[in-house]
Design a protein around this ligand. Structure first.
Ligand code: ZN
Length: 569
């Protein structure tokens, strides 16, 4: 694998030398491809970049993973000592490579202010239907709720308006609100998005961000609502009530508040919603059917929510680790390409018997090892790309992509000037991959380069097996996509050299069932980091291309992130 890639990329590197000389000159048109491929695009790595890429070493990645997942780091918990040691380790490596700090006040660290919120048992949640007795709901069994205002106490006594899916999406000509003033109201709504097989309508079967509950809370808060009640229906949520219940009990973390927020962000069981609809003289099944139409209008139920929210608020902080390699082209150096990988994991649970350290070797010491090896390789290159390269090891991913959300809102270079984010999360040390997964890349104008580069690396592109599950929205690249930056994660597919697909699937299944988010996600000396190095090289080449081309990358026309991109520029 290695030798094959080397030979084919060498040819292109040599052919590209003369072209790069002119590309360094300024922001002219994109130079003609060095070796036109079938798609009319080819990779153009200059020899200095190629030589640096060739120094990427699987054993370097192993050392980082071995250290970062050591028991002494206590699972790198956000706001815990082990997490802070991991951040210092990343910063120290960046410094040793000669990269410049890009954090707060000339340091490598960017402080991320966080808040832990626990809903306490004194909380009361009462639904008052139009007719019939009031419904005093049982926590966890019938409802879950958080106060997003980050106050120890909030009271809500407000009318309930049913807003269908609660989506306003101009690009799909869809608006559930129809201009209704919902300030001070509680909004009852469905999860997911209007069902469709048409790829032009909410991306067909694939889940868009509009279908995620986080979007629905955010949109309602932006419109001035005080609360949201999401109706849990298992097939629509694609997970059972137990998942809602587990992820909404105990402490929930958030960025310290910097915008509008809901006093009540809640879910109710389907049966509760049925009863509420009945008591208001409505039929929930019909309400759900009505919501599938473009003509849907919000409905005032004549019902109320009376809630007394009591929460424990804990302020804490953690740090993103940011370093920068300055760009070399005077017209492009105020722009950048970003590489991201979260360093946090689930920490240590002192009260748990047995092994209570969540080492997070695969998740995500591997991504950190790759990020560091990329940083080292870029820093030894004899030449630098036109744009700057930012290396960002972010915190609090496991708490809900919070470190990357903060980075997206406070980037060291404005979001509109960031060409691309390439993210690494949980890259299994299983040997040489024959495939790469780049879900979301097809939504960007960079995709022809991704295809051409994958071809040069002899990597087949593995499509997302379950687009309806919305995995694109579950790792850090998404935080940067939200502020408009073209972003995606790089990972291995299923097929590895010397094995069939079934082997790859079995490895994946065993990891998910036995080790994912378990204390047993540990380092073993027999792990093979060749695949991690292959993913690092692939990302190195993509990053260099994105940092050198004269035009900034964007989202495809009509993509849900296109508007944020245009707004940021
Ligand atoms: Zn994880």
């Amino acid at each position: 694998m290695h030798a094959v890639v080397r030979r084919s990329v060498v040819l292109i590197a040599i052919a590209a030398l003369s072209l790069m000389a002119s590309a360094e000159g300024g922001a002219g048109p994109v130079p003609a491809p060095a070796v036109p491929s079938r798609d009319g695009v080819s990779v153009r790595l200059p020899s200095a970049a190629f030589a640096a890429m060739e120094t990427i070493d699987p054993e370097h990645i192993r050392w980082h993973v071995r250290f970062l997942s050591h028991d002494l780091l206590e699972g790198r918990g956000t706001g815990q000592r082990g997490g802070d040691i991991a951040a210092e380790y990343m910063a120290t490596q960046f410094a040793e490579y000669g990269l410049k700090p890009a954090g707060d006040n000339g340091s490598y660290l960017q402080k991320v202010p966080l808040v832990g919120i626990t809903t306490l048992p004194q909380t009361q949640f009462v639904l008052l239907p139009k007719q019939g007795p009031s419904m005093n709901l049982k926590p966890l069994d019938e409802y879950v709720a958080y106060d997003q205002t980050q106050q120890p106490q909030s009271d809500v006594d407000a009318e309930i308006v049913y807003v269908g899916y609660g989506i306003e999406a101009p690009e799909y000509n869809w608006d559930d609100y129809k201009g209704m003033d919902v300030r001070g109201k509680v909004l009852l709504m469905l999860v997911n998005e209007p069902p469709s097989d048409d790829p032009k309508f909410f991306k067909g079967k694939a889940l868009t961000y509009y279908g995620r509950w986080t979007y629905k809370y955010e949109e309602a808060a932006r419109k001035g609502a005080v609360g949201v009640i999401l109706i849990h229906k298992e097939d629509m949520a694609s997970y059972p009530w137990e998942v809602v219940r587990n992820s909404n009990s105990g402490e929930k973390s958030a960025l310290k508040l910097d915008g509008a927020a809901l006093k009540v962000a809640s879910w109710v069981q389907l049966e509760v919603a049925k009863k509420l609809a009945d008591g208001s003289g409505m039929d929930l099944d019909k309400m759900m059917a009505d919501a599938r139409s473009r003509e849907f209008h919000p409905v005032d139920l004549g019902a109320k929510l009376r809630a007394h929210m009591v929460s424990k608020i804990r302020n804490f902080e953690s740090n993103n680790v940011l370093a920068i390699l300055p760009g070399s082209n005077r017209n492009l150096k105020d722009q950048a390409v970003v590489f991201t990988a979260h360093y946090d994991h689930l920490g240590i649970r002192p009260d748990m018997p047995g092994d209570n350290i969540y080492n997070g070797a695969a998740d995500n010491a591997t991504g950190c090892g790759i990020l560091l090896e990329l940083a080292r390789a870029y820093s030894v290159a004899k030449d630098r790309p036109g744009r700057a390269i930012i290396f960002a090891s972010v915190t609090a991913e496991e708490q809900g992509l919070l470190g990357s959300e903060y980075l997206g809102k406070h980037p060291p270079i404005p979001a509109g000037k960031i060409a691309l984010d390439l993210n690494y999360d949980d890259v299994q040390p299983l040997g040489a991959p024959e495939e790469v997964e780049v879900t979301g890349a097809e939504r960007t104008t960079f995709y022809p380069w991704v295809l051409a580069t994958a071809k040069e690396f002899r990597l087949a592109i593995r499509p997302d097996a379950r687009p309806e599950a919305g995995h694109f929205y579950r790792s850090d690249h998404f935080s940067l996509a939200r502020v408009g930056i073209p972003s995606f994660s790089i990972n291995e597919g299923i097929k590895f050299k010397g094995h069939d697909e079934a082997w790859g699937m079995a490895q994946d299944k065993a990891y998910t069932e036995k080790h994912y988010h378990q204390p047993s996600d540990e380092y073993h000396p027999e792990m093979d980091f060749v695949g991690d190095a292959a993913m690092a090289r692939f990302g190195f080449a993509l990053g260099w291309e994105a940092a050198s081309s004269s035009r900034l990358i964007g989202w495809q026309k009509g993509d849900e992130f296109e508007a944020s991109r245009l707004k940021s520029q």
